[in-house]
Structure formats: structure tokens, C-alpha cells
Ligand binder design. Structure first.
Ligand code: NAD
Ligand code: TYD
Length: 354
């Protein structure tokens, strides 16, 4: 273990974004030892990391970030230099059904992780870093114009975004109060492979494929700013290595889309790939009851990250969406595994006709 230049704990590494971050760090930095700490909730799946599970600089540890004893034992065992914290409850609709589980993992879990990091690092902060991965949703909702910058005041409006905002505040409070070396980033909506099919894009792909209704909330006019998940992972890599301690960075692709336009685009890509007539899949679109408190528009200004650290997105949305569809069509077993059990229960509850 002493042979490694850094020992890094990545929390939530079995989830959607976390698995892309783990893969990138394990493959790009053989000199680092990466420990993926994940509780394997419904959203965590070790199948996401098949291709790196045998790597000599990688280890999985099943643990809940709220388990103070368990996480302390991992710090004792590995003597981490860095934490990249992604573990969270991440789905807005679930946060509306069960807000307290979001408080528990996102707020209390993050605070506990900060506390343990401080305990182990406080005598020597040199070379240590707590990197907190957050979302643009903490900034609230935009009207037709404007962008979220790093100076936009927080205005979270869903239990999910409120819990992430609270965790962000704790991260900064640990820096200002105890000098804990922290960095934070707030990213827009991600898309790509291994995305759990409760979120818009993979849910629509799965339903189009299975000829199931495509539930568009409200009129489908809400706007999100979409980023290819590997571009997010690259941004985390850049910020982890070059970012300024105590600072925060917005990550986004300057890529705004109305939900309904994405659904039409997916229908057309899939008509093509599945050999259906043009327009066939879009007949599945159903406008359903809107999400309560549905944020109208998110748009990230990622100029700081580009200017200060040189990061920029690599993929155009249409190309990324096509690659994403290909991945889901080629990985039907993955979809089958994650859409059994808890998924079915959640789906029936969320989309029951009211
Ligand atoms: P995800 O739901 O796909 O994965 C979350 C992972 O965390 C899962 O592997 C789960 O098992 C694990 N986890 C949950 N609770 C845990 C606990 N108590 N202890 C240990 N592990 C636990 O989420 P994601 O979409 O990959 O998001 C990852 C992070 O990025 C989150 O912090 C999220 O807020 C943030 N983020 C997500 C997006 C997005 O578009 N998905 C955008 C910006 C920021
Ligand atoms: P989602 O993927 O849940 O991400 P977030 O709420 O974090 O942005 O939803 C993206 C957008 O798609 C959001 O405006 C809600 C909408 N949406 C639907 O219209 N239908 C659906 O079934 C889902 C899951 C989302």
C-alpha cells in the first residue's frame, strides 16, 4: 500500500457517475490506489465496474457513509489522502416521496464523512483533499434567461436539492472553520451509459424499446443542460488535480434542451435503430401530471472551469445521445438486472394514474 502515490476513497463509485469516475482514476493513474466505498443501494451496481474489478490498484468496500465506525475503520486501514464524495440519494421524484432518506444520506452522511476526514487529517493537511461532487440544482430555477455562476445564491426547491445544498454548506463550513482542504463542483444533468432508468433519458430509451408509454411531465417545456457523463468525470479529474483549495467550480456543457425535444429526438434515433417507421415511437408520448415544484430551467455557466483549468466538453449532444442509445440496446442484461425488484415497486408508485 505504501508504494502508491495517493490512496483515494471514492464514495458512490458503484453508481452512474461514480462508476465513470472510478474507471477513469483506476485506468489513468496506476500510481493511485482507489477504494470504491458504496452501500450498494438500489442505484449502486458492481456490474458497472466489471472491466476494472481485477485491477491491482482498485478495491471495493461495501459501507454506508453514515456508518461512522465502518468508515473510520476504512480510514485506519487505507490512510486515505483524498476523498472524492459522490455517494448520495440522487433522484428528485424519490425525494418527493421520501425526503428524510435524502437528509440522512446527503446531509448527515456528508457531515459524518467530513468529520472523519478532519479527525484523520487535522495534524497535517499537506497533500489531503476532500472533493465534494454536487449539482446545479442547488441554485434553484431560472426563468427564460440567465445562467448559474459560482456566485449565484443558493435557492434549492426540492428535497433533493435542499439536501445537496445543505451538504455543500457543510463542506464549505468545514473549510472555513477547521481549514479542512476541500473543493466542490456543481454539475448540470449528466447522461450516458450505466444511467439508472428512473431518470429521463434512460427511462425513455427503455420505454421506447418496450413500447411502453413515455411519461412527459406537464407540457415537457422544462429545460435542462445536459453533459456527457465522461466529460463530467474528466472535469472531476481536472479539478481534483488543478483546482484551488476552498474553491468551487460549475461544470456544464452549454447544452440546453426542453424535455419534449429530447423525447422526440430519442424517438427518432430509436425508430431508426429498431427499424420502425418514422414517427412510430413518438405515438407513445403521454403528457402526465407535472412534478410538484418542478424547476423550470437549469443552465450552467462553466466559463470559470474553462478559463482557469482549461476543461471543455468533448461531445455534441446528438452524438452522445446516439452512443447512449447504442449502449442500452447492447446491454439489455444490465437493464434487466436493474429494473427488477425495487425498480418495479417505485415505477408503479410514481407512474400510477392519478
Ligand atoms: P446514483 O444514484 O446513480 O449513484 C449513487 C451511488 O451512491 C450508488 O452507487 C449508491 O449505492 C451510493 N449510495 C447511496 N447512498 C449511500 C450511502 N448512504 N452510503 C454509501 N453509498 C451510498 O447517483 P449519480 O447520478 O451517479 O450521482 C452521483 C453524485 O453526483 C451525487 O452526489 C449527485 O448529487 C451528483 N450529481 C448528479 C448529477 C446527475 O445528473 N446524475 C448531476 C450533478 C451532480
Ligand atoms: P430527471 O432525469 O429526473 O433529472 P432532474 O429532475 O434532476 O433534472 O428529470 C429530467 C427532466 O425530465 C425533469 O424536468 C423532469 C422530466 N421528467 C419527465 O418529464 N418524465 C419522467 O418520467 C422523468 C423521470 C423526468
Amino acid at each position: 500500500m505504501t508504494d502508491f502515490a495517493k490512496k483515494i476513497m471514492i464514495t458512490g463509485g458503484a453508481g452512474f457517475i461514480g462508476s465513470h469516475v472510478v474507471r477513469l482514476f483506476v485506468q489513468k493513474y496506476p500510481q493511485y490506489f482507489v477504494v470504491n466505498v458504496d452501500a450498494l443501494t438500489y442505484a449502486g451496481n458492481l456490474e458497472n465496474l466489471r472491466d476494472v474489478e481485477m485491477a491491482s490498484n482498485y478495491k471495493f468496500e461495501k459501507a454506508d457513509i453514515n456508518d461512522e465506525k465502518g468508515i473510520t475503520a476504512l480510514f485506519e486501514k487505507y490512510r486515505f489522502d483524498g476523498v472524492i464524495h459522490l455517494a448520495a440519494e440522487s433522484h428528485v421524484d424519490r425525494s418527493i416521496i421520501d425526503p428524510l432518506s435524502f437528509v440522512k444520506t446527503n446531509v448527515l452522511g456528508t457531515a459524518s464523512l467530513l468529520n472523519i476526514s478532519l479527525k484523520f487529517w487535522k495534524n497535517n493537511f499537506d497533500g489531503k483533499l476532500f472533493y465534494h461532487v454536487s449539482t446545479d440544482e442547488v441554485y434553484g430555477s431560472l426563468g427564460a434567461d440567465g445562467f448559474f455562476t459560482e456566485h449565484t445564491a443558493y435557492d434549492p426547491r426540492s428535497p433533493y436539492s435542499a439536501s445537496k445544498a445543505s451538504s455543500d454548506h457543510f463542506v464549505m463550513a468545514y473549510h472555513h472553520t477547521y481549514n479542512l482542504p476541500v473543493i466542490m463542483s456543481n454539475c448540470s444533468n449528466n447522461y450516458g451509459s450505466h444511467h439508472f432508468p428512473e431518470k429521463l433519458i434512460p427511462l425513455m430509451i427503455n420505454n421506447i424499446k418496450n413500447n411502453k408509454p413515455l411519461p412527459v411531465y406537464g407540457k415537457g417545456e422544462n429545460v435542462r443542460d445536459w453533459l456527457w457523463v465522461d466529460d463530467h468525470a474528466r472535469a472531476i479529474d481536472t479539478i481534483f488535480h488543478k483546482g484551488k483549495i476552498g474553491d468551487k467550480y460549475n461544470i456544464g456543457g452549454f447544452n440546453e434542451w426542453k424535455n419534449i425535444d429530447i423525447v422526440y429526438l430519442l424517438c427518432s434515433i430509436m425508430d431508426n435503430k429498431l427499424g420502425r417507421n418514422a414517427g412510430e415511437s413518438s405515438k407513445l408520448i403521454e403528457f402526465v401530471k407535472d412534478r410538484p415544484g418542478h424547476d423550470l430551467r437549469y443552465a450552467i455557466d462553466a466559463t470559470k472551469l474553462h478559463k482557469e483549468l482549461g476543461w471543455e466538453p468533448s461531445l455534441q449532444f446528438e452524438e452522445g445521445l446516439e452512443k447512449t442509445v447504442d449502449w442500452y440496446l447492447q446491454n439489455e442484461d444490465w437493464v434487466k438486472h436493474v429494473t427488477s425488484g425495487d425498480y418495479q415497486k417505485y415505477y408503479n408508485q410514481q407512474y400510477a394514474k392519478k
